[in-house]
Write a protein that binds this ligand. Structure first.
Ligand SMILES: [Ca+2]
Length: 629
């Protein structure tokens, strides 16, 4: 059972709008529901189709305009043909121009059509029968554009909100991913949600991925809801969203995008792998590619930090010591001493150098603490020392360990994460302490088949012209190595680096935490780079990121109930609310360029190290995979 209230009766009460097509099935003619134009074929604007075909034995010129809305047939000689073709092209351009005007709904028309959406029957949408419960006009406020707010659900229970701009509709559609276990629509509208794309003129949709509320109780005895979270909700929201967009504007979107991070990054990869025709361009941020293994990895670090105790085995002062020692050792691996390290896999810091004893003055680590730090840097292992997964925590992340591995929210995240993604039959009384590293890793395969998005065969997505931009941070502290591993596997599958980078590029940002924030230049306008790639054919050879001034972040309201005593955590939360492109009011501390993986960024040796212009691409050090799973 689950908690969705009265929104499930759609299919019993609604009738298909059109029965104009029929097909043969099981010995009788059955109705085939007429899908909206977007589901059948794109309606080209200003298309001219010209061909010669004999009619009654005479050569005849056929001219067809705008997907069949006009048709002309002429029996002519060659000279007249050229004249008529010119006329047809001009007519085509006029059609295109008038189409663009038609798309710009304004004033009372827009408001009335918005309100009327609530009564439109979308139950006919193929694979995504949709009910609109509410359509409301929202006036422009505080610099935000006016829009039509549409709320509803896709059968049986994928709740969504769609925002339809009016005066500034750019003709495009975007879906924004959710995060964590989802279950809410509101969260995805903040910061990197629909607000930014709406400013740019996008029609923007986000779903709750098929359930409401936090926790995991909704998943119990509810396989449909599990499937919706796993992969279906993202697809049907795209299908339903496009159908509503087409109805409202009388045009199919010219381009469609998906953008998400973390759980939303997983949705992004799932789309590229399973529904490659949904989107022209996809942004997959810090994708949670293998949730069952991710939660086991996290649990490993938690187990080392807490060892089933309420007092972490490593305190803030020890972790700060380790962090500072790592930076001292490896700061120059990007060519500049600035407190940031580049690729941490090349950092050979040994925590044993901090062991208390003769020759070590000041702060130090006990032998047990040294062993713990090494274990946290390493892969989860069983008691025989066999690695069970990829390493989790990279060097340079130590100052975040206390909050992330042993903080107040960690326990609940691990409990719900393992119950849902890892051990789906663990039951409501299961505790993270119960996970057995000698047994339970071998129970993850069932959930993996549902939730994981690691298929490296992206031929269909590439073949339809799709572009995939993925990113993660070296300080992500979750599954950055799995993202790198996936990218490297795609290169092997798709025929090498060039054959991959012409449609899929990964950027690994030094010093960036999960999705955003941290010590690096984490503020990056990914959507603008993707638009340039998809719409103008300009691939992202280089991204430029910014590090936003902490004082500015401190002054931003944090739209979460959780406020930490550690200012770094609050800066991180505030960073997730930044909108792109960054406005001129946002103060920048430094900027830095990033190149498609595996190319690293390196200081040129001269110039202001706070300026991206002082950096360039380092020669690729390694072509072979450094990680495997
Ligand atoms: Ca450095």
């Amino acid at each position: 059972m689950h908690n969705h209230g009265p929104k499930h009766r759609l299919l019993e009460t609604k009738q298909p709008r059109s029965r104009s097509l029929t097909t043969w099935s099981a010995g009788k003619t059955v109705p085939l529901i007429q899908a909206p134009q977007s589901l059948r074929a794109p309606r080209p604007l200003g298309m001219v189709a010209i061909d010669y075909r004999p009619v009654c034995g005479k050569p005849t010129l056929h001219i067809r305009l705008a997907g069949g809305t006009m048709r002309a047939v002429f029996r002519v000689n060659a000279r007249k043909s050229i004249f008529l073709i010119l006329i047809a092209v001009i007519a085509s351009l006029i059609h295109t121009y008038s189409g663009a005007n038609e798309a710009a709904l304004t004033g009372e028309d827009a408001a009335a059509q918005c309100k009327a959406l609530r009564t439109v029957d979308f139950s006919f949408v193929l694979d995504a029968p949709t009910q609109i419960n509410e359509s409301k006009w929202i006036d422009a406020t505080h610099g935000a554009p006016e829009f039509c707010q549409v709320k509803g659900y896709i059968a049986p229970a994928v709740g969504f909100e769609l925002r339809l701009p009016t005066k500034n509709w750019n003709g495009k559609f975007i879906e924004i991913g959710c995060g964590g276990n989802c279950g809410t629509i509101i969260r995805a509208f903040r910061g990197a949600g629909c607000e930014g794309p709406l400013h740019r003129g996008y029609a923007c949709i986000v779903s709750d991925q098929g359930h409401e509320g936090s926790g995991v109780l909704w998943a119990q005895n509810n396989p449909q809801a599990v499937i919706d979270l796993a992969f279906r909700s993202t697809h049907v929201a795209a299908v339903a969203g496009k159908a509503i967009v087409e109805h409202y504007y009388s045009h199919v979107p010219t381009k469609s995008y998906f953008m998400g991070c973390s759980g939303g990054g997983r949705e992004a990869m799932m789309e590229a792998q399973r529904f490659p025709w949904d989107f022209d361009g996809i942004i997959a941020g810090a994708p949670s590619l293998a949730p069952p293994r991710n939660v086991m990895d996290w649990l490993w670090a938690n187990r080392q930090m807490t060892d089933r105790s309420v007092v972490p085995a490593l305190g803030k002062s020890q972790l700060d010591l380790v962090h500072q020692s790592v930076i001292e050792k490896c700061d120059l691996n990007d060519g500049v001493k600035d407190g940031l390290i580049g690729d941490p896999r090349g950092c050979n810091f040994d925590p044993a150098t901090l062991l208390c004893g003769a020759g070590r003055k000041g702060q130090c680590l006990t032998a047990q603490q040294v062993a713990l730090v090494k274990k946290i840097y390493g892969s989860p292992m069983n008691s025989s020392g066999v690695p069970l997964s990829l390493p989790f925590a990279m060097k340079g992340t130590e100052h975040y360990w206390l909050d992330f591995f042993a903080g107040p929210a960690t326990y609940d995240v691990l409990r719900s994460g393992n119950t849902l993604y890892g051990l789906s039959d663990a039951g409501p009384n299961w505790k993270p302490e119960d996970f057995d590293f000698d047994r339970d890793y071998n129970r993850l395969g069932g959930s993996d088949a549902l939730y994981s998005a690691r298929n490296p065969d992206l031929r269909q997505f590439k073949g339809r012209g799709g572009k995939l931009l993925s990113y993660t941070g070296w300080y992500d502290l979750t599954w950055q190595l799995r993202t790198v591993d996936y990218y490297e596997t795609v290169e092997k599958t798709m025929g090498g680096r060039a054959a991959t980078q012409d449609f899929f590029r990964l950027f690994v940002i030094p010093g960036m935490r999960h999705c955003t924030g941290g010590d690096g230049a984490y503020a990056i306008d990914y959507l603008s780079y993707l638009e340039a790639w998809v719409e103008r054919g300009t691939p992202p050879d280089k991204l430029v990121g910014a590090h936003v001034n902490e004082k500015y972040l401190e002054a931003q309201p944090i739209p979460f109930s959780f406020v930490s005593e550690d200012p770094q955590e609050n800066w991180y939360l505030a960073a997730s609310t930044l909108m792109f492109p960054l406005g001129p009011e946002v103060p920048i501390t430094f900027t830095r360029p990033f190149y498609p993986y595996p190319t690293e960024t390196r200081y040129l040796g001269h110039g202001d190290p706070n300026d991206a212009a002082s950096f360039g691409p380092a020669p690729v050090q390694h072509n072979a995979s450094r990680s495997s799973e």
